[in-house]
Design a protein around this ligand. Structure first.
Ligand code: SAM
Length: 422
């Protein structure tokens, strides 16, 4: 099985942890922001907040008083969470002095009394002596000298029915990144501004079909110096295939709930569904299907997922569509969902897509009836209520309607509030 290993930097040494800390002190990531006004404004929308909540807890009633840990918070992630959820208590940790400083500045500027900031390594998070409803750790574990110990430490801070949001690098889609990391090591490229400029200018000469080329065009990361340094000059990173990721979470006593964006991992979404292998892939057990889809799509650069404790008191927080009467679900649009009416395929009234999914085949072409159903979503009405009030309702259209809402869910266009019939 393909497994990327970095001979020079995968050694588990204290030096490496120091190198990571120093790297982020000099190249805080993401690039610091000072103005979160627009961000705060966008999160005033109650549908947006409900959609976010039910993405994580589809079967639990909505609530705002949550305890949240942001581990490896970088420059602004924790402040964003504290700002958008004033009723939540947000604790954040990071090893980098610069990241902590930026977070403290945002805390002060926005008077975030619900934000608690600690400079500490996440491996030591247990010293806080706190348990959380939600732990967020994105873009961090793959930089640790020992990611297993890090994940285990985070897992131990989860309340029994808590939820964790993780993001780690994906292996195959980052092949070009690792080639260029190796190139930079061979050339001893440093992390001064001049070195990064020279590297950026040199990269303009790589061929259009180099494995890194699509990323250079597509990923926002490569358009800034900090992003380029984070991707190509990082003193330590590793990536996970789906299979490695499932082992990683299982060993830490966690189990998989869902992907943040699931359509790319599902054989029933997009072009793959209509290929000779579509049915065969869909028939695989979920983890096998996700692993096969990662290989077939080939371009995933990160895995974002929701996990919970494998000893959680019950797994009824996970939404299994087949187990529940769907009519009683309340669909809520995800804020990334977009309805496009220009240049749609023949016979379609519109196209629905999630702006965060990069794959060009992940869209739903819908007819007028489906467009009416989509537009009737208000975050209050159940699927049954939406279908009942439709002028052309009959037994068949009610069945089609249920299937349509399921498709909206597969394609990451809605989440369901299934708390009423839990
Ligand atoms: C790529 S940034 C991601 C920041 C943020 N999570 C986000 O998604 O925007 C990685 C952050 O993890 C922090 N970090 C790295 N190793 C850490 C460790 N062992 N403990 C705590 N923070 C760490 C770095 O200082 C840096 O701020």
């Amino acid at each position: 099985m393909y497994m990327y290993t970095r001979p020079a930097h995968n050694k588990k040494t204290a030096d490496n942890a120091g190198a990571v800390e120093s790297f982020y002190d000099h190249h805080p990531y993401p690039p610091p922001v000072q103005d979160l006004d627009g961000y705060r404004e966008r999160w005033q929308d109650p549908q947006r907040r409900h959609a976010e909540y039910h993405l994580f807890w589809p079967t639990r009633p909505y609530r705002e008083e949550l305890s949240i840990l942001v581990a490896g918070c970088g420059t602004a992630q924790a402040a964003r969470h504290a700002l958008r959820q004033p009723a939540a208590h947000v604790v954040c940790i990071d090893i980098s002095t610069t990241s902590i400083q930026h977070t403290k500045e945002l805390k002060q500027r926005y008077n975030l009394t619900n934000l608690e900031v600690h400079q500490m390594a996440l491996e030591k998070v247990g010293e806080l002596g706190q348990k959380f409803d939600k732990v967020i750790c994105t873009g961090v574990l793959h930089h640790l000298t020992d990611p297993d110990t890090g994940l285990q430490a985070l897992r131990d801070t989860l309340k029994p029915d808590g939820i964790m949001h993780l993001m780690v690098y994906a292996a195959y889609g980052r092949t070009g990144v690792y080639m260029l990391q190796e190139y930079c090591r061979r050339l001893n490229v440093g992390i001064t501004d001049q070195e990064i400029n020279d590297l950026a200018n040199t990269l303009m000469a790589i061929p259009a079909d180099h494995p890194l080329a699509p990323l250079l065009g597509r990923a926002a990361d490569f358009r800034t110096k900090v992003g380029l340094a984070d991707a190509l000059l990082h003193p330590q990173d590793r990536a996970y295939t789906v299979a490695q990721l499932f082992d990683f979470i299982e060993q830490a006593g966690l189990s998989f709930d869902r992907w943040l964006f699931q359509a790319p991992y599902l054989a029933k979404c997009g072009k793959i569904a209509g290929t000779p292998h579509g049915g065969r892939l869909s028939g695989l057990p979920p983890a096998e299907q996700y692993a096969a889809m990662e290989l077939l799509r080939g371009t995933m650069v990160r895995h974002s997922l929701i996990v919970s404790r494998s000893d959680a008191p019950a797994d009824d927080h996970i939404l299994r569509l087949e187990d529940r009467p769907r009519q009683q679900f309340v669909p809520i649009r995800r804020h990334e969902a977009l309805c496009v009416e220009e240049r749609v395929p023949p016979q379609a009234a519109a196209v629905l897509l999630n702006q965060s999914n990069n794959d060009a085949d992940l869209f739903l072409a819908i007819d007028n009836k489906e467009k009416r159903w989509f537009e009737a979503i208000d975050g209050q009405r159940t699927i049954g209520e939406i279908l009942d009030r439709d002028p052309g309702r009959n037994e068949q259209s009610a069945k089609d309607g249920c299937h349509f809402f399921e498709k909206l869910w597969w394609y990451d266009l809605v989440v369901f509030d299934a708390s009423a019939n839990g």
